[in-house]
Design a protein around this ligand. Structure first.
Ligand code: DGL
Length: 272
């Protein structure tokens, strides 16, 4: 069976952020054949205009679904999910699991009522995100922080570069709010890239907070939708990693991908 064959589970992101979700999916569905797709030619999604990004992602999926006939697709990207999930579900028959800001669990766990959402500049502007706050966190003081450079820092880290801690500290500073003797106690990691910086985030935090990473919840949802009769992957892999700009994948990134079980790298297919 070719790599990524056998009606795989497809995991999609603009870059390496979706690896944080892939790791949990492997644990939750160990038998699934995985295809990881990184639209690194389109990175960062946080800078795209909404209509253009919608058309772009739908078009990419035309090619991916035509080529792989996946049984399930996971959009491991908040910036894409909060915009195009409904369009993808309407356009294709295959089920989609999305990744959206974990605002409901944050509102349930905070004791100070001060919650921050750390995301790309696009995700904090989405109607979808504002809707989640209105529905689940109206009783909290929610601070939305659109980080311009955090996702790129995570990309750089996996490509073997040192993380610029001064930039990281400046990006997360607005998420730490003190008000009337209370402090932010919960920060939603609403971009799948950010858990890749967990050590650096914890080190830079002015005080300890709970960092909410939804990856395990997404993996549980994917496992619920993964058909019980799905044929297991042939052997231990290799699973496949597709990049829209494979020429930009450095040796260090290849090594990092291998630690996620992704040893075969190929160009993402264009629409037929
Ligand atoms: N990983 C992505 C997310 O969850 C987006 C990073 C980007 O492309 O700006 O939002």
């Amino acid at each position: 069976m070719p790599a990524g064959g056998g009606n795989p589970l497809l995991i999609f992101d603009s870059g390496v952020g979706g690896l944080t979700v892939l790791a949990e999916i492997r644990r939750a569905i160990p038998g699934a054949s995985l295809v990881y797709v990184a639209d690194n030619a389109g990175f960062p999604y946080g800078a795209w205009e909404e209509a253009a990004l919608t058309g772009h992602v739908v078009e990419l999926f035309e090619g991916l679904i035509g080529r792989f006939s996946p049984r399930l697709c996971v959009i491991a990207c908040n910036t894409a999910s909060t915009l195009v999930l409904a369009r993808l579900r309407a356009r294709f028959v295959v089920p989609f699991v999305g990744t959206v800001p974990a605002i409901k669990p944050a509102a349930e766990r905070t004791t100070t009522g001060l919650v921050s959402v750390l995301a790309t500049p696009a995700t904090v502007e989405r109607d979808y995100t504002r809707g989640l706050i209105g529905k689940y966190a109206y009783q909290c003081r929610v601070t939305l922080v659109g980080a311009e450079r955090l996702a790129a820092l995570a990309e750089a880290k996996l490509a073997g570069a040192p993380v610029d801690r001064a930039v990281l500290s400046a990006e997360i500073a607005p998420a730490f709010v003190e008000e009337q003797g209370k402090r932010t106690d919960t920060v939603v990691l609403a971009c799948t890239h950010y858990p890749l910086l967990m050590d650096e985030l914890q080190a830079a935090a002015p005080w300890p907070v709970a960092w909410l990473n939804p990856a395990d919840a997404i993996a549980r949802r994917a496992a619920e939708l993964w058909p019980a009769d799905a044929a297991p992957a042939a052997g231990p892999g290799p699973d496949l990693a597709l990049f829209t700009a494979p020429e930009r994948v450095s040796a260090a990134l290849r090594a990092a991908l291998a630690t996620y079980g992704l040893r075969e790298i190929a160009p993402a297919p264009a629409k037929d």
